[in-house]
Design a protein around this ligand. Sequence first.
Ligand code: ADP
Ligand code: ZN
Length: 816
Amino acid sequence: MSILFARVAVENTAYHFDRTFDYLVPEALLEQAKPGCRALVPFGAGNSQRLAMILEISPEKKTQNEMKQVVAVLDEAPLLTSEAISLVYWLKDRCFCTLFEAVKLLLPAGINVRLKTEYTLVQGKAQEMETFSVEERTVLQYLAGCSRPVEREKLLKATGLPVDSTAPEKLFKRGFLQKTGAAVRQIKDAAQKMVRLTDEEPLSKLTPKQRAVCRILQEAGSASLKEVCYFAGVTPAVVNTLVTKGVACYYETEIYRNPYDQVQNPVVQQELLLSDEQQSAYQHLLAQYRSGMGGVSLLFGVTGSGKTSVFMRLIDEVLADGKQTIVMVPEISLTPQSLARFHQRYGRRVAVFHSGLSLSERLDEWKRVRRGEVSIAVGTRSAVFAPFDHLGLVVMDEEQEHTYKSESSPRYHARDVAKFRCAYHKALLVLASATPSIESYYFAQVGRYTFNRLPSRYGGARLPQVRFVDMNRELEAGNESIYSRALLAELEKNIKIHKQSIILLNRRGYNTFVSCKSCGNVVTCPNCSISLTYHAANQRLMCHYCGYSVPFSTECPTCHADKVHYAGFGTQRAEQQLLELLPEARVLRLDTDVAMTRFAYEEKLQSFARGEYDVIVGTQMVAKGLDFENVTLVGVLSADQALYGDDFRSYERAFDLLTQVAGRAGRGQYAGEAIIQTFTPENSVLALAARQDYPAFYEGEIAVRKGMLYPPFADLCVVGFVGIHEEKVARASEAFLQMLRSLAQAEYPQEPMRVLNPSPALIGKVSNKYRYKLIVKCRNSRSFRQMISRLLIAFAKDRTYRDVTAFADINPDRIL
Ligand code: ADP
Ligand code: ZN
């Protein structure tokens, strides 16, 4: 009889106790226990059962712990491949997370949720019995006699239908049934949760907040949880209480079905003819892919040059080889159009991954990949984990985007994970952008990446003309509006000739901040060190960090004078002013408040494409990815907000934003123009962005990076400290610094590093917690990471700082 041990990662361990643990595999489980399967193991002093992931099965016991046995194996087939298991170790090493946190990244979010589904009949919907199948009729009749939701299994049993009957699901899709369930309740994105009132009379008196919610629901009939909270100015907890009281209920509507269910396979694949430029880039990339050596290539192409066409041709070849492709886009909601292009060309061979999908939808897509039913995964950064076995190509579109970096643990960058996976599979990684990150462009210059260029727009379209307006002059001329005369004139002209325009504003809300004219105080959030924003739609001041809100009042919270007023401007005011100045304009406002669901967003863009609007006014989300050939004018209301940011990447971000937004104009047969308003027209970055001269911009930036020892000339490790007492957080960061100094001197003298003194984070307080940071300029080596890991563990074990949390992030997108 053989004896085998399972090395597992255990769920919910603290970082400073985290490691693998060995368990004896009992004889009964020998067959079933395989690396990549989940298991239940006894853990800790009380031996309570914990979820674990088997990482290795071996005849040797390697770790020192008291020998216990695996209780159960939960999966029949492994969920993780051996590649995924090595990625787990890699993530722990790179991101200072626990093994199981890494495991979770690799599993679809819905997999730990038991999918209990309940159905209820939708009342008052006319039923013409002839249109239903026998099974469907049985279901309808049964549910007509039930006053409460019935669980799927029970329903099928009671009606004598087979366990895999599709009747309830079909009825749900046609709107005759409502569906609720445990999994539905766990969906994180509250926007997907709908609320309506029940017929119950409240048993006890309602609080004012609860009454506010009821009033809104009475008026609206139903609304998404997010909307209800927004308009009533309450937290979800208030709505939860109403649901517990039976006064309101949550439900799922049909609009939240998987929107990609309907995608059909194309009958014939359209031929894609490449321009000479595109063809040349494609040939080079193809050769690199065919070499079987993997590697990274930067595809540097101006906006509208057809980068997508190039990598689609490449994907055709990868598919023909029987291999698979991952395509990452910065944020799916930005690019419904590009997704449509993939569906048109590849039909059901495409799986879609993004956080807008419900848990069960994400689980379905993951299973389709795992079963080998699809060959292309398109999605946001989590798509990089798509469990393909024969990866041939990974594409990262707009590789400089900050959304590729996770801001919470595990703090991974999708580009690094992509490099790991491509190295494993000897696959090609293509980074595509018109404005690459300084780091990537540098690596392409020094030959670490290959370099391919698309210098001109596809089909002879010219890059838009960019013009600046000095807003100081506008003020001098007595124009106090946020629209310069030049921009207004062009907008008016554009509407007359039935062309469309896009206006970018870098903020949301009606006004940026609210201050008191008497004492000069800016009204700030009581929980965060950030100013509150006025929202016209609900007449409240809101914090965009923690969600705090209060009704707007002109009384100053500090000096109590009646002098509080708005300053700055937001999208709502930009929309309103535009309507006052150009009453005939049909304006579509797009920001995160309006585009609450991706469906609403896609619908709005479609009606814009049909010409039902003249102007889009919006935040960053309008700057990127949109491709409307009728758009010939782009206006940027204030470039200054983008320029004067807070860290060494501000200029890079500003250049990127301005180039991208200007790039929305003149993509088709008509020439485009961009008008950029600024109070600092002398800034050199603006002039470079106007010429859309990335290489010149790069030359300036790379010199600064070198002089200041910033990436790519050094790596930045930021250690963050978070706690409720400011003084303790400050002291903890000092103590960490001392520990770092002595450990580095004693054991890592060969590691190059420059340690900066700890300081408060840029936003020093969020949700009542103070934040400090410590920056180390270093080389991201194994031994450096080992040192940081040891420090984090020692820090967590030190009882003096037990109410301060520390975490480390190497090369974050923003310095804390
Ligand atoms: P980029 O991503 O480089 O900004 P896109 O891939 O969006 O550019 O291409 C810009 C426009 O040109 C799109 O409308 C696209 O359909 C069109 N286009 C690009 N290349 C081709 C091609 N080879 N054949 C037909 N249309 C193309
Ligand atoms: Zn706040």
